[in-house]
Design a protein around this ligand. Structure first.
Ligand code: SDX
Length: 430
């Protein structure tokens, strides 16, 4: 019998088993709590609540550690590629050459979307936010692929995986082209994943956009860094939708919407807008640090803070290095980077931030690199979604294969009116 905790309530003592993870983290298994006490737990935002056991990603927020299937993010960023990391996350191991070539070949040959799907873009206004467009078109893939909606059919899941990883860059680039009134650029199967995306974003029928290898390599590393992050808001959304045995397209479509929120993946767009505001206002960094600390001011230092990391986000350290590297290689002097560095320098000496363990997170520097790549600001969260796609898929697949699979259905404590009777309208006040 392993460790357990005892709850004493109204003279009754119950034992709750303690689960221990591979890295020593512990959780109290409360799956028998309501049956044995009639009570539930309450934990707004699930700050203290684990939703599942997972073998995909490990984050140690106190020490700033991030592992994908046990491999440190620093090693994957240096030595792997996004598609290889996607395979690792989804299938649980680094692929051998045959496995990788087959996976990559499947992705390459699913990059086009159904010609009828292009009509969706005519219905969106030109100023539609690309996250709304991407979620809508990804969700609509379920209307085309009736051959891959059965979540208990391994073949259906396999082809959905290939379609989603392959098609999101195409869907995203098409949303950008539509917004600027340029014709869609089809994927080119001769190009690698990131170069192909940049080609679809920036080439035009009359000339091919010369893509710098510095940019496509930097983008590949950024996608690796965004690929998964345990049970974050959007991944938990994908799992919850998938827990009703809903297909992968619909589950990921919901995840894209959750990621769009400014507190989550939408923060990378908010960071650049914040830096631009500070720059346009004369660069008074201290004024914004004080605004962030002011309880009466809704302003938050976007790109700072994290639910789990109470130390540096290891991804932020790597992205900061890529930022320096890309700007130097492209010969770009980016004033917003200077503002960001100043903000970080001041915040990390300030008691308010130190006390609350608020450090730069994955979104703080990424937008500066995207800006250097000429990616439009409203597309920044879309790049986060392209990166997070393999993580969403891996987590959804793990859920479907989980022997403890259950539909997600949290409980609540009711705080509404006590039982009351219906009042006919003629007897109501007013
Ligand atoms: C992502 O979960 C993941 O793994 C997410 C992610 C992933 O890979 O999937 O890492 C990606 O979403 C990164 C986070 C991007 N969001 C932002 O950068 C938005 C700005 N940061 C926050 O709003 C906030 O830090 C959160 C949302 C990230 C975390 O919020 P929590 O854990 O609910 O913490 P909290 O809001 O309760 O804050 C604790 C305290 C509060 O002050 P007190 O009530 O104790 O006085 O810290 C303060 C907050 O006011 N605080 C901030 C702040 N973040 C927290 N104060 C100023 N600026 C900030 N950025």
């Amino acid at each position: 019998m392993g460790e357990s905790v005892k709850i004493r309530y109204k003279g009754k003592v119950i034992d709750l088993p303690v689960e221990e993870g591979v890295m020593g983290e512990k959780g109290i298994d409360i799956s028998t709590l309501r049956k044995s006490t009639g009570m539930i737990t309450i934990d707004p935002g699930f700050v203290n609540t684990g939703s599942c056991k997972s073998a995909i990603t490990y984050v140690n927020g106190e020490e700033g550690i991030l592992l994908y299937r046990g491999i440190p993010i620093e090693q994957l960023a240096e030595k792997s590629t996004f598609l290889e990391t996607a395979y690792l996350l989804i299938y649980g191991n680094l692929p051998n050459k045959k496995e990788f070539d087959e996976f990559q070949n499947q992705i390459i040959h699913h990059t086009m979307i159904h010609e009828s799907a292009k009509a969706f873009y005519d219905g969106f206004p030109p100023n539609a936010h690309p996250m709304a467009v991407c979620s809508a078109v990804v969700g609509a893939l379920a209307t085309f692929y009736h051959d891959s909606l059965d979540v208990r059919n391994k073949r259906h899941i396999e082809i959905s995986i290939h379609r989603l990883i392959a098609k999101l860059p195409t869907i995203a680039a098409f949303s950008y082209k539509k917004s600027i009134g340029q014709p869609f650029i089809y994927p080119c199967n001769m190009l690698d994943y990131c170069t192909n995306f940049l080609h679809m974003m920036f080439s035009v029928p009359c000339e091919v956009y010369p893509i710098s290898s510095v940019i496509s390599k930097a983008l590949d590393v950024l996608l690796i860094l965004h690929a998964d992050h345990e049970q974050n808001c959007s991944t938990s959304t994908v799992r919850l939708v998938g827990s009703s045995m809903c297909n992968l397209f619909a589950s990921v479509s919901a995840g894209i919407y959750a990621l769009w929120g400014p507190l989550h993946g939408g923060a990378n767009q908010q960071v650049i807008e914040m830096l631009q505001t500070i720059y346009d206002g004369g660069g008074d960094v201290k004024k914004y640090i004080n605004k962030a600390k002011d309880k009466d001011d809704p302003f938050r230092l976007m790109g700072f803070g994290h639910r789990v990391y109470k130390n540096f986000d290891p991804r932020s350290r790597i992205i900061k290095k890529i930022c320096d590297d890309v700007l130097n290689k492209l010969g770009i002097h980016e004033p917003l980077l200077q503002i960001a560095l100043k903000l970080e320098e001041i915040a990390l000496k300030d008691e308010y931030f130190l006390e609350r363990k608020l450090y730069p997170n994955v979104d703080f520097y990424s937008g500066i690199i995207y800006k250097a790549m000429n990616i439009p600001i409203n597309m920044f969260p879309v790049l986060f979604a392209i990166g997070r796609m393999p993580g969403w898929i891996a987590q959804w697949k793990e859920l479907q294969e989980d022997k403890e699979f259950k539909i997600g259905r949290p409980r609540q404590i009711y705080v509404g009116p006590p039982k009351t009777d219906y009042v006919p309208i003629e007897e109501r006040d007013g």
